[in-house]
Design a protein around this ligand. Structure first.
Ligand SMILES: Cc1cc2nc3c(=O)[nH]c(=O)nc-3n(C[C@H](O)[C@H](O)[C@H](O)COP(=O)(O)OP(=O)(O)OC[C@H]3O[C@@H](n4cnc5c(N)ncnc54)[C@H](O)[C@@H]3O)c2cc1C
Ligand code: SF4
Ligand code: SF4
Length: 423
């Protein structure tokens, strides 16, 4: 049998990007498939990352730039896997790529087309905290720096005569005639790097998310703090006021999902750094249960972010009630109910299996566990030649994801060399 050395990687977050670099450097042709129009995954939403409070953009941007220029990496955005047959060394993959309606070669990313577009829609990348146009990139700095037209909201695709974006483009990059296309590839191994999702906190109505504008999720706070985010880095309430007293709530949905998300304790400590830096006068209360600080250095991080336990409240939040402009955090502390009044609450929702995991598992013929994450033995899936890494198999931090990318890249090389018979 002729063994194919090409590798398919599904998901272009930090895990998929790192695995692409490793396999490209080992001489493999990589086909990196990403379902959104941009690369970087969840981590590009952060300003800084624990444990060292390193600037996320400074860490990710050079990796992303290198990837876009790597001749061994064939990036397919707006693409998902539609079918897979074969085995290690000899898989046939069918992909479905949605049209971008903008020519990747011609576009220089000047943004003139967004200004011209008359449509305003909710920006999902910004967690609904701002509006976007029908032709847009999600936020400044996302790569590739080429917009796409969202067919669902574009009035032209709803039958109206709009050509505003095409007229605004001096580079003839807007192409309304582009069509979705099917692609078939031969690869020797498959890496699944589709990350995790987050629980919809509306499932827990006692926490008043969506009822009071002062209640935020952790990803919303990441975007408020991000210099390329909807407030250009100002941490503020939805009406623009600065909060004076902030409650950070750990373990939201932990009991319901019977899962510790592993990263929330550390990113909530990171949020203290954000708040201290941006709002030095604001008081921060952190409602927590058992703290999950598994790595060397985490205890030091806790000491730096909460010296002498400052602001740490070991208590279970029972419910959050609205009182005018304020929020009452009703919690059980030392066997008794107590109340703290704040003007901003940040919830840390449980990490969940990635959206679409069930369909993807069916398409790839791999097993999911009862909790909905991909089943793994190390980084091996239930099907030979398919490796799983990062958040797809359960909550992970970036360091763990990068380590698994290394392991999965090694597994892919082995699968290509050994083929179906494992020899
Ligand atoms: C609020 C918050 C703060 C955090 N802060 C930190 C921190 O400071 N430090 C830290 O170490 N960790 C942090 N984490 C954890 C960190 O986000 C993860 O470790 C990391 O994102 C995992 O990377 P990944 O590549 O596995 O997945 P992701 O970054 O989620 O990337 C997955 C990619 O796969 C794509 N995809 C999904 N499904 C498909 C499909 N079917 N087909 C094709 N593509 C698909 C997605 O669009 C995405 O681009 C935080 C997490 C949260 C929620
Ligand atoms: S499509 Fe044209 S106008 Fe829009 S960003 Fe690209 S080059 Fe600029
Ligand atoms: S055709 Fe009109 S509505 Fe559609 S993206 Fe272009 S400017 Fe916006």
């Amino acid at each position: 049998m002729t063994r194919n050395g090409d590798i398919l990687i599904i998901g272009a977050g930090i895990g998929g990007i790192q695995a692409s670099h490793l396999l490209s450097k080992a001489g493999h042709q990589v086909h990196l498939v990403e379902k959104t129009a941009h690369i970087g995954g969840t981590s590009i939403k952060f300003e800084d990352v624990f444990p060292n409070l390193e600037c996320a953009t400074c860490m990710l941007s050079p990796l992303e730039q290198e990837l876009l220029q790597d001749p061994n990496v064939h990036l397919l955005t707006l693409t998902e896997v539609a079918g897979l047959e074969g085995g290690p060394g000899d898989f046939t993959v069918r992909l479905r790529q949605r049209a971008r309606y903008v020519n990747l070669e011609n576009c220089i990313g000047c943004g003139a087309c967004y200004d011209a577009c008359p449509v305003s829609a909710i920006n999902e990348f910004e967690e609904g905290l701002s509006q976007r146009k029908a032709i847009c990139i999600p936020c400044a700095g996302t790569l590739p720096n080429v917009p796409r037209i969202d067919k669902e909201v574009c009035i032209r695709f709803k039958g109206q005569e709009c050509v505003a974006c095409q007229q605004a483009c001096m580079f003839e990059a807007v192409e309304y005639g582009q069509e979705d296309r099917d692609i078939e590839l031969k690869v020797g191994a498959v890496l699944v790097a589709v990350g995790s999702g987050t629980m919809d906190v509306r499932e827990l109505p006692h926490l008043s998310y969506g009822v009071h504008p002062g209640v935020f999720t952790s990803l919303e706070l990441e975007r408020l703090n991000a210099s390329n985010g909807p407030t250009e880095g100002k941490i503020q309430l939805r009406d623009g006021r600065a909060p004076n007293r902030v409650a950070l709530v750990h373990c939201v949905g932990r009991r319901e999902r019977t899962l510790c998300s592993g990263v929330c304790c550390r990113y909530l400590l990171k949020f203290r750094h954000y708040l201290r830096h941006k709002l030095p006068c604001a008081e921060v209360l952190e409602f927590h249960g058992d703290l999950c600080l598994p790595n060397k250095g985490d205890q030091r991080f806790l000491g730096e972010m909460a010296p002498d336990g400052e602001g740490l409240v070991r208590a279970e939040v029972v419910r959050i009630e609205v009182e005018g402009d304020y929020l009452k955090v009703i919690h059980r502390r030392d066997g008794r109910e107590a109340i703290e009044t704040v003007d901003m609450v940040v919830l840390s929702p449980a990490l969940t299996p990635p959206k679409g995991a069930t369909e993807l598992a069916r398409t790839l013929g791999v097993a999911l566990a009862d909790d909905g994450f991909f089943v793994v033995n190390g980084v091996a899936s239930s099907r030979p030649g398919i490796l799983i890494l990062g958040g797809a198999s359960g909550p992970k931090d970036i360091r763990e994801t990068v380590v698994e990318a290394l392991a999965a890249a090694g597994g892919a090389c082995k699968a290509v060399m050994e083929g179906e018979d494992g020899k």
